[in-house]
Design a binder for this molecule. Sequence first.
Ligand code: SF4
Ligand code: SF4
Length: 168
Amino acid sequence: MSEVPAYLREGYITPDELFRKIPKPSEERLRARPVAVPECPQEIPCAPCREICPTNAISMPTPNDLPVVDYEKCIGCSLCVQICPGLAFFMVHYVGDKARITMPHELLPLPERGEEVVLLNRIGEPVGKGKVLTVVPREKTKGDTPIIIVEVPIELAWDVRAIKVVRE
Ligand code: SF4
Ligand code: SF4
């Protein structure tokens, strides 16, 4: 019997595990413009990301296959992040010594543009502080979840996948 992958046992995927499944965008590509990266390692019957992509950048021969993005075709429109029901798509853009992460944000309250927030890793641990650059409320997205763009230290680009709003 084959061994159950760690991400199934633990319930979250590490960057190392992710990039054994799909290619990692090059640093040059990450600096050029935002690029979408699916963190969707399970073969489940689901394909709205592929259907909504305006440039056919997401390849998935059948809905049971894993989504794989052609990073050169991705124009950074964020529609895949907006539509993914599993909250599994993110966009990453390196700018100087920061990274801008586009992510779904399901919890209330919504952060405000310019607000400093606590950065959380994939298991919800605080790993630092960052700044919210953009907030797109649910009614202005193609899905059911608001999306936000958060500026984080570049060394946390592949760790931060959620934020927490902390107000006095
Ligand atoms: S960001 Fe837009 S262009 Fe890029 S993969 Fe997602 S839907 Fe396609
Ligand atoms: S929409 Fe989301 S959950 Fe569905 S296949 Fe695409 S990345 Fe995976």
